[in-house]
Design a protein around this ligand. Structure first.
Ligand code: MTE
Length: 326
């Protein structure tokens, strides 16, 4: 059952339907706080690594970016953090939650380089202070035919892009993620080339909906969700949202991406959610919402072009043949 509260206009699942989760239950107060309490796991001294493991609070103000607050029931915390794709920690959906505890997230730096006026390496303390944290409720559609609705915490990647000043020749952005054989058992599997690489066109990376993500459900990201920072690009299939990013590189040509290299007929560079572009193994016409009552037998919902974010993003693809540039 779903209720819509008078005060915040959200559609909430009843508490009994979700895993008890302090940040969620505390949500009204959280949203009421306009000051962002960034008492987080990084940099603010004593809090540090132990807290990160427990899920240190990371609050965000309600986003005003168009399309950033999906009015749908949130996927339960247990599913968001327990049903994951993070192949560096195994191929099974339960593997990342089981195995990702070995990921070492402190210290962590992100090198921003390539065709920018101000290349440099950022520490997490600087990154989390660069722009106000916002809460964004996004639909996440996986190419495997399932979807979730997730309350992320972060800010538009465009804030970081502005800070590094791309050169006129920059047209694409490459995202390189962590690949450490000592802490990531999945690297023994050659299903993908490591590190996991992703990329966006510069205008896509600058789009306000593209979220540099540090938290979920009011806490710093659990390791299985891509701690300490990841991307979320809500109008694209989930694989475009690289986890545990260590390098962001601005280029003049389309970067290679791990999935495109692994199976070019299945995974294109753009990977915009599109029910009209078929996939050899999974339906893209409909999707199963993870965590919904009735589980596997729940009614599948129709998948929307651009995952429903067409009003915000369709203009970036005007005139493009989306079947060819899939
Ligand atoms: N990032 C890395 N580094 N490794 C991965 O295997 N999987 C992708 C994406 N980012 C993946 C990754 C896929 S296929 C999906 S659907 C999303 O992460 C899942 O994010 P979630 O587990 O937080 O829901």
């Amino acid at each position: 059952m779903i209720i819509r509260t008078q005060t915040d206009g959200f559609i909430h699942p009843l508490g009994s339907e979700i895993t008890p989760q302090a940040a969620f239950l505390d949500r009204r107060r959280w949203l009421a706080q306009s000051a962002v309490a960034l008492g987080s796991a990084w940099g603010l001294g004593h809090a540090s690594a132990a807290q990160a493991a427990k899920g240190a609070p990371l609050k965000g103000v309600r986003s005003t970016v168009a399309g950033a607050m999906a009015l749908e029931a949130l996927t339960p915390y247990a599913d968001v953090t327990g049903y994951n794709n993070f192949y560096e920690f195994g191929l099974d959906k339960a593997d990342p939650a089981r195995n990702a505890h070995t990921l070492k997230t402190t210290p962590w730096t992100v090198s921003v380089e390539g065709l920018v006026a101000k290349p440099r390496t950022w520490g997490m303390e600087e990154l989390i202070k660069l722009a106000p944290m916002e809460e964004r409720i996004y639909r996440l559609r996986c190419v495997e035919g399932w979807s979730m609705v997730v309350p992320w915490v972060g800010y538009s990647l465009s804030a970081l892009i502005r800070a590094v000043q791309p050169l006129g020749s920059a047209r694409y952005v490459e995202f390189v993620t962590q690949a450490d054989p000592a802490t990531m058992p999945g690297l023994r599997n050659s299903v993908l080339n490591w590190p996991y690489l992703e990329g966006l066109r510069l205008d896509e990376a600058q789009h306000p909906l593209t979220l540099l993500t540090f938290g979920v459900y009011g806490e710093v990201l659990p390791k299985q969700n891509g701690a300490p920072l990841r991307l979320v690009v809500p109008w694209k299939y989930g694989f475009k949202s690289g986890k545990s990013i260590v390098k962001i590189r601005f280029t003049d040509r389309e970067p290679q991406t791990s999935w495109n290299v692994a199976a070019p007929n299945e995974y294109g560079f753009f990977a915009n959610v599109n029910p009209a572009v078929t996939h050899p193994r999974w339906s893209q016409a409909t999707e199963r919402r993870i965590g919904e009552a009735a589980g596997l037998f729940a009614k599948r919902r129709p998948t929307e072009l651009f995952n429903g974010y067409g009003p915000q993003v369709a203009s970036m693809y005007a005139g493009m043949d989306l079947r060819r540039f899939f």
